[in-house]
Ligand binder design. Structure first.
Ligand code: G1P
Length: 293
């Protein structure tokens, strides 16, 4: 069954990104010339996913506004004959994109956030995309699309992973592949998955990147998942329960991820996306050379 819906949990207050995230949602912070969340929605669209379910909070209205039409602005640009800008604006929310939102009234964890989307998602398999994380494609290969193909072939849940330095494993969900060597672009059965293990207990340095393809069964499991790491209801724990029932795979991305939830990760994303920007790349590179000297 083809996956058409993605759940984007955006209710978090973004304390890691203060002071920038005090009055604007952290998902609306700009990387080069677009808010972070726009890259994530573009990634979904490129993988054939066009129904976005935001799990949101009253302080995050700017996100819904960004994907809504802005009639006054469009009419003004049209009046002034600014066709390029108009196209840019309309590209943010192409006709096939549908955005809906549900509220997460209380911050009880990522698992709880995903559970809040249950009614809107229904019975079909769906994606979860954490908008703190940008996944930069390797060339033309969209990893989410490749992961979707793996899901369609095997019918098994897919969790995107990437190696991280061992010093950082305690910040992520980590997967156990029983020592199997997983090549970029491939999937393998997980033996175990643990949320934020201490380095000494981590089964590998393959961390969960923030992209998941899951069957609707996960909602039944989330409904009975007790609070785990950090006292929060963890999606990782529900995935461990799913794994015990029907197996689940880790998919190793070919591109690379940028964690825009951390300030240094955000700075690196700005460099990486500045250097691949169609109009700015060359001048930006010259600028970097000047600063490096
Ligand atoms: C969440 C997940 C974790 C995953 C991470 C990726 O953690 O719980 O398994 O590795 O996102 O960014 P958070 O960063 O919300 O603490």
């Amino acid at each position: 069954m083809s996956i058409r819906k993605a759940v984007l949990p955006v209710a978090g207050l973004g304390t890691r990104f203060l002071p920038a995230s005090k009055a604007i949602p952290k998902e609306m912070i700009t990387v080069v010339d677009k808010p972070v969340i726009q890259y994530v929605v573009e990634e979904a669209l490129a993988a054939g996913i066009d129904e976005i379910v935001l799990v949101t909070h009253s302080s995050k209205k700017a996100i819904e506004d960004h994907f809504d039409a802005n009639y006054e602005l469009e009419a003004e640009l049209e009046r002034r004959g600014k066709t390029e800008l108009l196209a840019l604006l309309r590209d943010i929310a192409p006709a096939r994109l549908k955005v809906s939102s549900v509220r997460q009234g209380r911050a009880l964890g990522l698992g709880h956030a995903v559970y809040c989307a249950r009614q809107v998602v229904g019975d079909a398999p769906f994606a979860v995309m954490l908008p703190d994380v940008l996944v930069a494609a390797a060339g033309d290969a969209n990893d989410l699309q490749l992961m979707k193909e793996a899901f369609e072939r095997s019918g098994r849940a897919q969790v995107m992973v990437e190696p991280v330095v061992w010093d950082q494993v305690h910040q992520y969900g980590v997967v156990d592949l029983a020592g199997q060597d997983l090549k970029p672009g491939q999937s393998a059965a997980m033996q175990r998955v643990v949320e934020k293990p201490p380095r000494a207990d981590a089964p590998s340095n393959l961390s969960i990147v923030g992209r998941y393809l899951l069957p609707a069964r996960i909602f039944d499991l989330l409904a009975v998942t007790p609070a785990g790491a950090g006292g929060e209801i963890q999606l990782t724990d529900a995935i461990a329960a799913l794994m015990a029932e029907q197996g689940a795979d880790a998919y190793r991305l070919r591109g690379r991820s940028h964690d825009c939830g951390s300030k240094l990760g955000y700075l690196e994303a700005t460099l990486a996306y500045g250097l691949r920007h169609a109009q700015l790349a060359e001048d930006f590179q010259a600028l970097l050379r000047r600063y490096a000297g």
